[in-house]
Design a binder for this molecule. Structure first.
Ligand code: ZN
Length: 190
């Protein structure tokens, strides 16, 4: 089932998400729905707060990204993740976000990240990623900490985006995937 993606301005995107247990009701269906939602919107990552749930769960699939060995077979589920370390030279890349359509901006992030998490079977893993895989993890991890990529921009850049972000909150945009706008409009598909 495709779920509506929560738009910028919804308070759920600002919450620090909570850990879950293996008993979390309907978890496997939720994960299935999140993958379906992510593919429908051509995303490469989706965090639970983006579908309205303040829990520490995010999924990624960067396996379609060409010319990047770091994302080969990079289809994964991260539960109760904690970033242990971000290191190595920071690099800039133009990021976007399914919750913030049509806004893209360069974000500087460290090149490598070590993350501890539980997989879909609640087996604990500690892994280090680099390249685009690291960046996708850092972006999605931000979501479960209540942080958005726009928070990393300069005050001037943020100011220049205010009107567009306001329009997103109001739903005054046309998106080709299902979204839910906190500005009062019902989820819709255009
Ligand atoms: Zn995002």
């Amino acid at each position: 089932m495709i779920l509506p993606v929560v738009a910028f301005g919804d308070p759920v995107l600002r919450q620090v998400a909570e850990d879950i247990t293996p008993e979390y009701e309907g978890l496997s269906t939720l994960i299935e729905n999140m993958f379906e939602t992510m593919y429908d919107s051509s995303g490469i990552g989706l965090a639970a707060p983006q579908i309205g749930l303040p829990i520490r769960l995010f999924i990624v699939d960067g396996s379609d990204i060409e010319d990047d060995p770091s994302t080969k077979d990079f289809k994964k589920i991260f539960i109760n993740a904690q970033i242990l370390e971000e290191f190595d030279t920071a690099w800039e890349y133009e990021e976007g976000c399914l919750s913030i359509p049509f806004v893209r901006a360069n974000v500087k992030r460290n090149a490598k990240v070590t993350i501890q998490y539980l997989d879909e079977n609640f087996v604990q893993k500690t892994e280090t990623y680099e390249g685009m895989a690291a960046r996708i993890i850092q972006h999605e991890y931000d979501h479960i900490e209540g942080v958005l990529f726009t928070d990393h921009l300069s005050p001037l850049k943020k100011k220049s985006l205010l009107k567009r972000l306001g329009n997103i909150t109001l739903g005054a945009i046309q998106v080709d995937y299902k979204m839910s706008f906190p500005g009062g409009k019902k989820p819709r598909m255009i």
